[in-house]
Design a protein around this ligand. Sequence first.
Ligand SMILES: Cc1cc2nc3c(=O)[nH]c(=O)nc-3n(C[C@H](O)[C@H](O)[C@H](O)COP(=O)(O)OP(=O)(O)OC[C@H]3O[C@@H](n4cnc5c(N)ncnc54)[C@H](O)[C@@H]3O)c2cc1C
Length: 236
Amino acid sequence: MLATNGYTAALVERFQGSIVPLRGQVAMLRAGGAMPAEGLATTYSFIYDGGYEYMISRPRGSTCEGDVIMGGGLAKAADGGTSEYGTTDDTAVNETVSAYLRGTARRYFGDNWGADDPEGTIRREWTGIMGYTPDGRPFVGEMPGDPGLWVCCAFAGHGMVSSWVCARAVVEMMQGRDGPGLRAWFPDCFRLREERLRKKFRGRPHAVASQIDESNGAAQGQGGDESPAPTPPFIS
Ligand SMILES: Cc1cc2nc3c(=O)[nH]c(=O)nc-3n(C[C@H](O)[C@H](O)[C@H](O)COP(=O)(O)OP(=O)(O)OC[C@H]3O[C@@H](n4cnc5c(N)ncnc54)[C@H](O)[C@@H]3O)c2cc1C
């Protein structure tokens, strides 16, 4: 069983170009003086042309209660972010993205952010490796032409949600219970098939939306455009 997400193409050559690692970056920000000490009750996404940020507050009663966990900034990395594709090095952060993430909360919350914490805005920052496929969907099932090699990976940055049900599905397949019961709830488009392996990564689908209106920070109308982000340099 390969549950190696963005690392999988390093282990099985047939996934080269079908599972592309993408380094994602997150900063833990000490909340500004005007932000609620107990944190914000909801999560946020800030979507703009070519990219987005996403955030959640550390909840009441947790360590660093009220801190803002801000992820994203990919589009600010070199070459519109293509520099973060193809790397599996999560021991380092991208300094350009780091500088950008440091200022995001003030940019999005404006006066509601308040004075920066005297100990500095960034408490901690880190990166992690995601796995992207050409159609943005995971690969789940037995490797075509390689019986006994099972795969459950490449969750395109959404594995906290989808990896559990995918794991359940692949176990049912391995146990020979791949019947109407499984097909009734498991998305067919997640299944690992030869024709999906023939497609090569051309950028992240769904990563385009309308500009954010800087004056009020609100997104204006969702583009819903399917055109992918710029093609990474290592995809010929
Ligand atoms: C910055 C960031 C933000 C994210 N935000 C969200 C979010 O808001 N919501 C959401 O749903 N998901 C989010 N994700 C995605 C989520 O973290 C992943 O989808 C999820 O972790 C996938 O779980 P996994 O076990 O399949 O793979 P991973 O957690 O990637 O684990 C794969 C494991 O395989 C190991 N491995 C690799 N090669 C080998 C080898 N040769 N031998 C042995 N082990 C190996 C690796 O060390 C790693 O531990 C985010 C990811 C990142 C990086």
